[in-house]
Design a protein. Structure first.
Length: 320
């Protein structure tokens, strides 16, 4: 297997030092693609043309100090810098490291000739740093994901408990309203009021049923469900929250979509997450009302060239 060449930029204005470094890389066992620049201006030109993985720069250059290259970023993030100097005092080394240099090399014929070894060591250390940083970011991402899952589980439990507590009183209200309607004059004011009570109670009962579906541990087998029902019940659950945040929600569902085998509770939870994320993104971008403060939910068949199925999409114009 071919080992890829590591991209290296050496910034050095002393021709004899450059020659020693060239000879060192000519006999290096590890593959390097080394470019040279004689000052900061030429270095920036090389970096814009091709981003190096490591910069080795002389501390004193004709147009500035090598430490001015510290902090530059390329397509792979920050570019590590190793500083060279012919003045090996402790204070110079400390100043370079404080400025953000990864390492410090005192220039001698031996150290310049062995530059491949210094470069390889610096790259190994930097790869280790980048690897640790990536692992830490992944750990934080997984922790956030776990906390979100735990919050959703707690929300489901809470929703189930609230739904059960509301269910019995609502049933009593609905039964009472129906009894009043049975005995009242159909054209009278009492019947009108009872009808309004019954309609409001039925709306609450629908929300309770949706909460129970959302809270249910949906580990069962697939069942046939209508995409319209899944989208409709989920958007109704969040309707009041979105209205309070002055967020409009538009739903576009293709007509005559067939029932599909799925775990509707899990689909509803995914859709709930997407809608909640869209709400947060819109609130982060727009304070109060705004014409663009809108969530679009679409549901349609996948294109023929793709796998058969139904696609639900949530779109917003918030941050991220």
């Amino acid at each position: 297997m071919t080992v890829p060449e590591r991209q290296l930029l050496v910034v050095e204005d002393n021709a004899s030092h450059v020659e020693l470094i060239r000879r060192g890389f000519a006999t290096a066992t590890e593959p390097f693609d080394v470019r040279f620049a004689s000052d900061l201006g030429a270095a920036h030109g090389q970096i814009s043309e091709r981003c190096p993985e490591l910069i080795v720069a002389d501390l004193r250059l004709p147009d500035g100090r090598g430490t001015h290259l510290i902090g530059l970023r390329g397509d792979r993030g920050r570019i590590p810098v190793v500083v060279m100097t012919g003045h090996g005092t402790e204070s110079v080394a400390v100043d370079a490291l404080k400025a953000g240099a990864m390492d410090y090399i005192v220039k001698t014929p031996e150290s310049l000739a062995s530059m491949p070894r210094h470069a390889a060591r610096a790259l190994r250390e930097w790869d280790h740093v980048v690897g640790k940083r990536a692992a830490e970011q992944e750990r934080k991402r997984l922790e956030t994901q776990l906390l979100h899952a735990q919050r959703m589980e707690s929300l489901g439990t809470l929703a189930g408990g609230v739904a059960h507590e509301i269910n019995n009183p609502i049933s009593i209200v609905m039964n009472g309203a129906e009894l009043i309607l049975d005995d009242a004059d159909p054209d009278g004011e009492i019947a009108l009021n009872a009808s309004q009570i019954l309609a409001a109670a039925e709306r609450v009962a629908t929300i309770v049923r949706d909460l129970l579906v959302f809270a249910r541990d949906d580990g069962s087998a697939h069942s046939m469900a209508r995409p319209l029902d899944i989208v409709d019940s989920t958007t109704k659950l969040l309707g009041r929250v979105l209205e309070k945040d002055q967020i409009d929600i538009e739903v576009e569902i293709e007509r005559d979509l067939p029932r599909s085998p799925c775990r509707s509770g899990q689909i509803q939870q995914v859709l709930m997450n997407l809608l909640t994320n869209a709400r947060d993104a819109l609130n982060a971008r727009y304070e109060g009302g705004h014409d663009a403060k809108c969530i679009l939910v679409t549901c349609h068949r996948r294109p023929i060239e793709e796998d058969e199925g139904i696609r639900i999409t949530v779109e917003d114009h918030g941050t991220g």
